[in-house]
Design a binder for this molecule. Structure first.
Ligand code: ZN
Ligand code: ZN
Length: 267
């Protein structure tokens, strides 16, 4: 496998992942990776979404934990400090402070909620409402996030398909426009392989699905492949399959990050 790292991994602090952090590092070494990055769910103000993320006052300890693992595995495995930042309108100032306070290697940006109060999720389970409106709103938020200037990497591009209904021809223009916006803003996109594990998808596939990955390659959007691991055995989910697909699409390089600087390496 040419993919050298997995940069989307969670920790028990988000309340829905297993640890300890060292177990992710051990699994990465076992799988032959050279780098990993932790990117746990960022806190939000006023207790919003508190059940699936660390609290604000845990940030210091989260960062300290990751830096401790970095030191412990120095020379064997590079450990990067990341965060999965929630893009929610009205939270930009809170996020800006959080971003300035720590030595992040990269910031993965996610749209998990479609409203400013974090009550309406991006993928209501078995959604029976207007699915086209759901996708339209979701991709609009992704474009706003891309323009926010706060993130390096767009997370799970079409995760709204967890609502149970895949996007179709009606979403094609929106998807193209969103990819173009990501390219224009100079951002990286992850191919998030957690979709291969998610039973709420109609078809097991990554985020985004492979036709959209091909489009991203054609638009020269820098890519990385991430597992969105919530337990150590999730690391590198289906990476070999995705790597072969990327090659068949003409993708010849992937990227990694250090100190929020993007570094390209050959695939
Ligand atoms: Zn999670
Ligand atoms: Zn996410």
């Amino acid at each position: 496998m040419s993919i050298i790292g997995d940069y989307h991994m969670h920790t028990p602090r988000c309340k829905h992942a297993d640890g300890p952090l060292e177990a992710y590092a051990e699994q990465a070494i076992h799988l032959g990776l050279r780098e990993i990055g932790f990117s746990d769910h960022s806190p939000l103000p006023n207790g919003m979404g508190a059940n699936v993320r660390m609290d604000e006052d845990e940030l210091d300890d989260y960062v300290a934990d990751v830096l401790k693992v970095r030191e412990a595995y120095w020379g064997d495995l590079a450990v990067r400090l990341g965060i999965e930042l929630d893009f929610v309108e009205g939270v930009e100032e809170f996020n800006a402070k959080l971003l300035a306070a720590y030595p992040w290697d990269y910031v993965i940006g996610s749209v998990h909620y479609l409203d400013p109060d974090c009550c309406f999720p991006s993928w209501p389970r078995k959604y029976t409402g207007d699915v086209h409106a759901l996708y339209a709103k979701y991709f609009e938020q992704i474009r706003k996030m891309a323009r926010s200037g706060q993130i390096d990497i767009v997370a799970h591009f079409d995760v709204a398909k967890r609502c149970g209904t895949p996007h179709g021809p009606a979403e094609a223009d929106d998807i193209t426009a969103t990819l173009q916006e990501i390219a224009r803003c100079g951002l990286t996109m992850e191919v998030n392989t957690s979709g291969y594990r998610h039973s709420d998808l109609l078809h097991r596939e990554p985020y985004p699905g492979l036709p959209t990955v091909k489009q991203a390659v054609e638009l020269n959007i820098p890519l990385m492949v991430n597992s969105d691991a919530h337990t150590p055995t999730h690391l590198c989910t289906q990476f070999a399959v995705v790597e072969a697909q990327l090659r068949s699409f003409g993708c010849r390089s992937l990227v990694r990050f250090e100190g929020r600087r993007r570094i390209t390496y050959p695939l």
